[in-house]
Design a protein around this ligand. Structure first.
Ligand code: ADP
Length: 282
């Protein structure tokens, strides 16, 4: 069971003051992949694990990537993060070549925090890398923690937190410094079901309120429909775009999550996406 402290203290936390975090201008292209293919290693004859595929992700899109294991979802995320360069084709983020840690904040399945540092220090470090002046960091840390439902926890050590809380800190850290792009690789897969739902609800709200562009890898069709504004299904290795589906559910950031999960449009999208994922795995 998650501890009650997994859950935001006051239900849905809301920013109490105007946000200094930048909002992306909608319509601008945040990420572009043109004829991208990737193979690991130096062997040019080796079979590609991904592509060729092309994808344009406008600013403010919350794109969920689904597909069978090994189809190249994490590889695609690593190419966008700049951790890998594509074997062929071109990846751009904000119009430029992606550089690790520059344009995108990344959240992995394991939170990868510094356990001997406090929650606030973990986030402040990211603000330092983003060249936020030292004097501004404490207020920014507090604001980011408030956004992810962890207000007032800056002085706690990360080893004192539950798994769900740690992942909240990892999300706050990824948002630090006003990153234009959030890349999440199955961030909730290791959490228990109830904690996972809470984090989905909070991430949905945070993304709707900040308008941050996101690419989110998941195995869960439910999670995909709940979080995404658009779903891309990749075929089995080498992953190519098998389906590109807009997820046109109302999205203000203030929806009742239970009503949303119970809506007929939600069930229809889940059925359509689920069928496409099953086809892709064949
Ligand atoms: P997914 O996230 O969809 O499960 P991955 O992108 O992790 O897929 O992996 C795609 C394929 O590339 C898999 O077959 C995997 O074994 C292979 N692969 C992943 N990382 C490496 C690597 N560093 N070196 C060689 N092969 C890799």
């Amino acid at each position: 069971m998650p501890s009650p402290s997994d859950l935001p203290a006051s239900g849905v936390p809301r920013p109490s003051r105007p946000s200094p975090l930048p909002r992306p201008s909608p319509g601008r292209e945040a990420v572009s992949l043109r004829e991208v293919a990737h193979r690991y290693g130096r062997d040019r004859e080796a079979a590609p694990v991904l592509g060729p595929l092309s994808l344009a992700i406008p600013a403010g899109e919350f794109l969920v990537l689904v597909g069978p294991s090994g189809c190249g979802k994490s590889t695609l995320l690593r190419l966008i993060a700049g951790f890998e360069r594509p074997s062929s084709g071109e990846v751009t983020v904000g119009g430029g070549t992606p550089e690790p840690g520059r344009q995108a904040g990344v959240v992995f399945q394991q939170p990868r925090l510094f356990p001997w540092r406090t929650v606030g220090e973990n986030i402040a470090l990211a603000l330092r890398f983003a060249q936020v002046p030292r004097a501004e960091r404490p207020a920014r840390v507090e604001e980011l923690l408030e956004r992810v439902g962890l207000a007032g926890t800056a002085r706690r050590r990360t080893w004192q937190l539950s798994g769900g809380q740690r992942q909240r800190v990892a999300i706050a850290r990824a948002l630090a410094g006003g990153k234009e792009l959030l890349l999440l690789d199955e961030p909730f897969a290791a959490l228990d079901a109830l904690t996972r739902e809470r984090l989905q609800e909070d991430l949905r709200r945070v993304s709707a309120l900040t308008g941050v562009t996101a690419v989110f890898v998941t195995h869960s069709v439910d999670e995909a429909v709940f979080l995404g504004t658009r779903a891309v299904v990749l075929s089995a290795r080498p992953g190519r775009v098998a389906l590109d589906l807009p997820l046109a559910l109302d999205r203000t950031g203030n929806e009742d999550p239970d009503a949303l999960r119970g809506a007929p449009e939600y069930a229809a999208l889940r059925a359509e996406l689920g069928a496409a994922v099953r086809d892709a795995a064949r």
